[in-house]
Design a binder for this molecule. Structure first.
Ligand SMILES: *Cc1c(COP(=O)(O)O)cnc(C)c1O
Ligand code: SF4
Length: 363
């Protein structure tokens, strides 16, 4: 039953291990790996069809990671919004709680590239207790998001301890887990794990598929087991150059996600993370992708396109220009670029009197 641990052990962590199958020169990549760790599970590696394809680009280090850019290590200012180590309290009623420093794969574009899989990221019983104490003493926190690293790389017992502690805090209403395990190590989603997780409802999982090629029978099985345990499944993708930066790919991705019972939640504009410049698209490209999906396929499949504001401002949604003009008339355009007019604000007669006709001024 520990086959996932075996698979994790058999992960590729050295560029030299790519030579046999792909014939690439590993030497330039060794410098990259010295700075940013590499790990690719045999399962995810098996999805690569050719060098530099969308799977390869997410998993295999590139010399471009060492190019200097205008980016910073911690663009979201997470460290300054952490009242205790490994807990980010940015929004009024929810916190991000980093409970694992390891991932099954080290995604080359990771926002926490500065620390995941590195010695700097220290998660200990003590930091976990400090985080739990913080949540306990802040009853305004009603939503706890477990992240990392990947919380599902913790052994079942360690994860269960955290969930049990959180559930003992009356002010915590919902718990969310962010995990890429269903994508890169679906074998981790064992019946034992799902039996344990379902004891801690309401529990949500947001996973992280970026490309339709990642939706395999194995990944579908993992998401299905989680959904069968009553866990609502969401997906957070990152818009990545050369991976998913076109309408056709993204449309296929969201359709396939719905087919495995995963609801597309966010599409992120790539953060300004050091070592990831080569992945970043323009914002217009992201908006064009949303424009190409909304109305063209199931509305259930349309994620919110967001920029996580540099400096810790939080996620800000971006929409195509559907609202073209707002006043006494609202001028709209639909997904086919057709224009429509909606007469604005017909307030009740008494409200109109009270407002001395100001209601006509609009906003
Ligand atoms: C993304 C994020 C959340 C959760 O945001 P939602 O919009 O509620 O999903 C909470 N805290 C931090 C620090 C985050 O980055
Ligand atoms: S799984 Fe998430 S946290 Fe881990 S490397 Fe990938 S993007 Fe970063």
């Amino acid at each position: 039953m520990n086959s996932w641990k075996q698979m994790l052990k058999e992960s590729i962590v050295q560029p030299a291990d790519l030579v046999k199958r792909f014939g690439v020169d590993p030497r330039p990549l060794e410098k990259v790996v010295a700075r940013y760790p590499m790990r690719v599970t045999p399962y995810y590696l098996s999805l690569i069809q050719s060098v530099d394809d969308p799977i390869w680009r997410q998993a295999v280090p590139s010399e471009e990671e060492l190019q200097a850019g205008a980016c910073v290590a911690d663009p979201l200012d997470e460290e300054n919004q952490s009242p205790v180590p490994n807990l980010v309290h940015r929004y009024p009623d929810r916190v991000l709680f980093l409970v694992s420093s390891e991932c099954a794969m080290y995604c080359r574009f990771c926002t926490r590239k500065r620390k995941v899989g590195c010695a700097q990221m220290r998660i200990t019983r003590d930091t976990l207790r400090q985080g739990l104490d913080y949540i306990r003493s802040h009853p305004e926190v009603r939503d706890v998001i477990l992240s990392g690293g990947d919380p599902l790389l913790l052994p079942d017992e360690a994860l269960e301890w955290i969930l049990k502690e959180l559930r003992a805090i009356p002010s915590v209403e919902i718990i969310r887990i962010g995990s890429r395990v269903p994508v890169v190590l679906p074998q981790r989603i064992t019946p034992h794990l799902t039996r344990m997780l379902k004891k801690y409802h309401p529990l949500y999982i947001n996973t992280h598929f970026n490309h339709p090629l990642e939706i395999t029978p194995e990944a579908a099985g993992a998401c299905g087991r989680l959904a069968d345990a009553g866990i609502p499944m969401g997906n957070q993708s990152v818009l990545l150059r050369g991976v998913n930066d076109d309408v056709a790919t993204m449309k296929r991705l969201v359709q396939k996600l719905l087919a495995i019972r995963v609801k597309p939640y966010y599409l992120y504009q790539a953060d300004l993370v050091e070592g990831t410049d080569h992945f970043r698209t323009t914002v217009e490209e992201g908006i064009a992708i949303i424009d190409g999906i909304r109305g063209h396929t199931s509305g259930l499949g349309v994620p919110a396109f967001v920029i996580d504001a540099p400096g810790g401002g939080g996620k800000i949604p971006l929409l195509p220009d559907y609202l073209q003009q707002i006043g006494a008339e609202v001028v709209l355009r639909n997904y086919q670029q057709r224009r429509f007019v909606y007469p604005n604000g017909q307030p009740a007669p008494e409200a109109l009197l009270m407002a001395g006709n100001q209601a006509h001024l609009g906003r």
